[in-house]
Design a protein around this ligand. Structure first.
Ligand code: SF4
Ligand code: SF4
Length: 537
């Protein structure tokens, strides 16, 4: 690995890194617009020019995004008068036609042009001619282009060409009349289109979803994961007053690189618009009626105790959820074994949707649940066929089934079987056909309202983080399970998700060695340790 000098700091880095990347390892930021680590290099904006020693004692300007580290002893200077003068010139050029609409631009507060203008720009403008005003364009179902703000960095074009592989965007006209546009009859309409708004370094490309919204500094950012499919893209969720305003991808090279799909990005509306179950309910004279938690928990315990007393412990079954965290499914399996003393454990399996792979290999999985793998591993069950058979055979008379899925659909056979039960307890978040069949309904929490982990399709265990509490009287699902256990006279152990994960690491095959500190921000693979090495953390 070559050792090079950047602004008098010596750094040893991999050969082949760009100067922007090499400088970053030394904590030095080389400003740039067109460079993006996930896109092919273009070198068009000239903002990243730095001085490099070309011959002994002679320095010349090179582009920090194009020039790579090639050998020992390279000398780079990022803050000489020549470099600073270049940046000032580049900034002046970019701002010639740029409108002064920062106060209502949705990029304000996270705009490279705004930041660099402050750091590297001139205090005044020498441009006295009329600014050109190219039109605002509706590029596709999700994206608007404010052409006046565009600096023609071509990030969006390269994204569509090389990542989505759909090539909808190009530059039309020439010289100072150049504009980004779609090709005739081909709108910007691909499964990853929202990413162009993220990577546009200015406020030119914006999503219709995040338009004229409160300024970005008012939000709390929650670092979590998408639950739209079993890929488990890493995300940042911006929330305020118990409402989600925007979801953007968070870098994880092992999972989603820098991207996420549009379904995952905009899917939060379905949750916010759903008719939520906000109170526990009990069936009285054939009708579900709101009740207190005390009465609902008593009804669960009474219903199941009666069945177990009459017909034995195999009378009760439990069905987990691929929408639930590992910790919740683990607690549910403990509830089944320790409180209900049953081995009838199943998992609701959602019918698969459509899978898709982009040109760059980004995958949208056909499994539209986030934690089917983790749920199977926590529950030791693959589906609910055994439960349906047990009900039809008259063995299982009571069932504790959990939902958490906005699009839950029961097959005719499942619906018919559930209709035969003497006691059906449903723990769910929305009014569904499952809730319609229930004798007792326990109001649970959605993916935005709970902490825990989920295991993606490849076995990576990742953190899901709570943004706000569940609505109304609804409670987090782990808390409900522990209360049901208590009502049945069984203490299910620690309730904090981190502590439950420590117990999972001690007892579930493949999870040895995992803890919240090991999982961290980027997740950790199952199968990293041996059971004897399992440790808390
Ligand atoms: S719209 Fe944005 S990403 Fe596309 S070229 Fe213009 S500034 Fe770059
Ligand atoms: S690929 Fe799956 S996990 Fe990723 S953003 Fe889309 S729906 Fe969410």
């Amino acid at each position: 690995m070559p050792t090079i000098k950047i602004d008098e700091k010596e750094v040893t880095v991999d050969a082949g890194l760009t100067l922007i990347q090499a400088a970053a390892t030394a904590g030095i930021d080389i400003p740039h617009f067109c460079y993006h680590p996930g896109l092919p290099i273009d070198g068009n904006c000239r903002m990243c020019l730095v001085e490099m020693e070309i011959r002994p004692g002679v320095f010349g300007l090179v582009a920090g995004c194009v020039q790579t580290v090639t050998k020992d002893g390279m000398q780079i200077r990022t803050n000489t008068p020549t470099v600073l003068k270049n940046r000032e010139g580049v900034m002046e050029f970019f701002l010639i036609n740029h409108p002064l609409d920062c106060p209502w631009c949705d990029q304000a507060g996270e705009c490279r042009l705004q930041d660099y203008s402050f750091e590297h720009g001139r205090a005044d403008s020498r441009f006295v001619e009329t600014k050109r005003v190219p039109p605002k364009k509706d590029l596709g179902p999700h994206i608007l282009l404010y052409s006046t703000r565009c600096i023609l960095c071509t990030r969006c074009i390269r994204f569509c060409d090389e990542i989505a592989g759909t090539s909808e965007l190009g530059i039309v006209h020439m010289g100072s009349h150049s504009e980004i546009d779609t090709f005739p009859g081909q709108p910007l309409d691909n499964k990853l289109s929202g990413n162009v708004a993220d990577i546009c370094p200015v406020g030119a490309l914006v999503t219709k979803d995040f338009l004229y919204k409160p300024r970005i500094w008012h939000y709390t950012t929650v670092r979590t994961i998408c639950t739209g499919c079993s890929t488990g893209c890493n995300t940042m969720m911006e929330v305020m007053h118990q409402k989600i305003y925007r979801i953007r991808p968070r870098e994880n090279m092992e999972v989603n690189q820098y991207w996420m799909c549009d379904d995952g990005r905009f899917g939060y509306h379905a949750l916010q618009e759903a008719e939520r179950v906000k109170v526990p309910m009990k069936r009285v004279n054939g009708t579900l009626q709101a009740t207190t938690w005390k009465e609902a928990l008593q009804a669960v315990s009474d219903g199941f105790s009666r069945l177990i007393g009459e017909t034995g412990q195999s009378a009760v079954g439990v069905v987990g959820s691929a929408q639930w965290t590992n910790e919740e499914n683990f607690l549910l399996s403990k509830l089944a074994r320790e409180a209900f003393k049953t081995s009838h454990i199943g998992l609701y399996v959602k019918p698969p949707g459509e899978g898709w792979v982009s040109k760059s290999g980004f995958r949208i999985e056909a499994d539209k649940t986030p934690n089917a793998r983790g749920a199977r591993e926590m529950l030791g069950a693959a589906d609910m066929r055994g439960i349906v058979d047990g009900i039809n055979a008259g063995t299982i008379k009571g069932l504790y089934i959990v939902g958490g899925d906005l699009g839950l659909v029961l097959s005719a056979a499942e619906k018919e079987a559930l209709g035969k039960l003497e006691c059906l307890v449903v723990q769910d978040i929305v009014h569904s056909e499952l809730v319609d069949l229930a004798h007792v309904v326990l109001a649970g929490a959605s993916w935005a309202e709970k902490d825990g982990t989920m295991t993606n399709v490849n076995g990576r265990v990742q953190r899901l983080r709570r943004a706000f509490p569940p609505p109304g009287e609804a409670r987090t699902d782990g808390e409900i399970i522990r209360q049901v256990g208590k009502q049945c006279g069984v203490d299910l152990g620690p309730g904090a998700p981190a502590e439950i994960m420590n117990e999972i690491a001690r007892t579930v095959e493949g999870y040895a060695g995992l803890s919240y500190s090991v999982i961290g921000e980027q997740g950790a693979m199952t199968g990293i340790g041996q059971p004897s090495e399992a440790a808390g953390g």
